[in-house]
Design a protein around this ligand. Structure first.
Ligand SMILES: [Mn+2]
Length: 309
């Protein structure tokens, strides 16, 4: 519990922002926050984001007890009146048990969506979307990926389901109708051939440089009206001056408002049916700043998703 949280009147509580706690087994609908610290790790780095759900929940205590307060970032209360937003806790993920980890994520997606709910995952590394997206069929799905990297590697160190491959694997899923990727920049894992594969598949790539010059309009216009949308947010999409808690800080990232505008714009064009916030690395944080930003972004996503009806 932070001193700031106490000042705002938060009690001791493990849930995100003091949201009501729920269980997947008894989930009855609404927006569901779910932690998943480990999924499909590369052997070289392990589950380096395993501590993220706990760190982000701890930072969120600064805003706890404020669920009915105004969130100016989204133009209304944190949780709108009449909406149900619950924290379902963390899945029992184990680093090194990738297949079981993926299975729990897919099962959680199915359990929540079967009740008409929307799962919002706190990763974990960026291998999380592979089982999440896979469980969102068979209806056509559009992906809004906000990330410094395009994640179209076929395999890294022999692993095809790791954090550099989610958009490649998504492109192979029969129900994925389109992919819009915003924020790519710098020198990352992508080969020139990966970019060619992405564009020839039909993915829309909107580099961070274009967002800086021309804004987010082209990205949002690429999402069809009425689309079912999965939101995949990698924390490294944000500028490292805002979000330092990532494994590889890269200058020139998106602003907080770019990200909020993309999420709001997506919800206005279609319906966000699932979301993930991944790649928060507690060990890279500076004075807890990144954790606070991750909590603020997550609070906005929950509020936007809960307003979709
Ligand atoms: Mn990524």
């Amino acid at each position: 519990m932070s001193a700031l949280g106490k000042m705002f009147g938060a009690g001791e509580g493990a849930t995100f922002m003091g949201l009501p706690a729920g269980r997947i087994e008894s989930f009855a609908g609404g927006t569901a926050l779910i932690g998943a610290g480990a999924i499909t790790s590369y052997a070289s780095v392990g589950a380096y984001c395993a501590g993220a759900p706990a760190a982000i929940r701890a930072a969120s205590q600064a805003y706890a007890a404020n669920l009915s307060h105004m969130n100016f970032d989204i133009g209304g209360p944190v949780v709108p009146e009449g909406a149900t937003v619950t924290d379902l806790g963390d899945l029992p993920q184990v680093d090194g048990e990738a297949e079981a980890n993926r299975g729990r994520i897919a099962a959680a997606v199915r359990a929540v969506t079967a009740r008409g709910g929307v799962p919002v995952f706190l990763g974990g590394d960026d291998s999380l979307p592979i089982p999440m997206l896979g469980a969102l069929g068979p209806e056509p799905l559009w992906i809004l990926q906000i990330d410094a990297h395009i994640d179209w590697r076929d395999a890294v160190d022999g692993e095809r389901l790791g954090l550099s491959s989610p958009m490649r694997r998504a492109s192979e899923m029969a129900h994925v109708a389109g992919i819009v990727q915003v924020g790519c920049r710098g020198i990352g894992s992508a080969r020139v051939g990966d970019v060619a594969d992405a564009t020839s598949w039909g993915a829309t790539l909107v580099p961070a440089a274009e967002v800086a010059r021309d804004g987010i309009g082209r990205a949002l216009a690429a999402i069809p009206q009425g689309a079912r949308i999965a939101l995949c947010l990698d924390c490294d999409a944000l500028d490292p001056a805002v979000m330092p808690a990532v494994i590889a800080r890269t200058a020139g990232g998106l602003s907080y408002w770019d990200v909020i505008g993309l999420v709001q714009g997506a919800a206005a064009r279609g319906r966000i049916v699932a979301a993930d916030v991944v790649e928060f690395m507690p060990e890279q944080d500076i004075d807890g700043q990144g954790a606070l930003v991750a909590a603020q972004v997550t609070a906005a996503i929950l509020g936007i998703v809960a307003r979709q009806g």
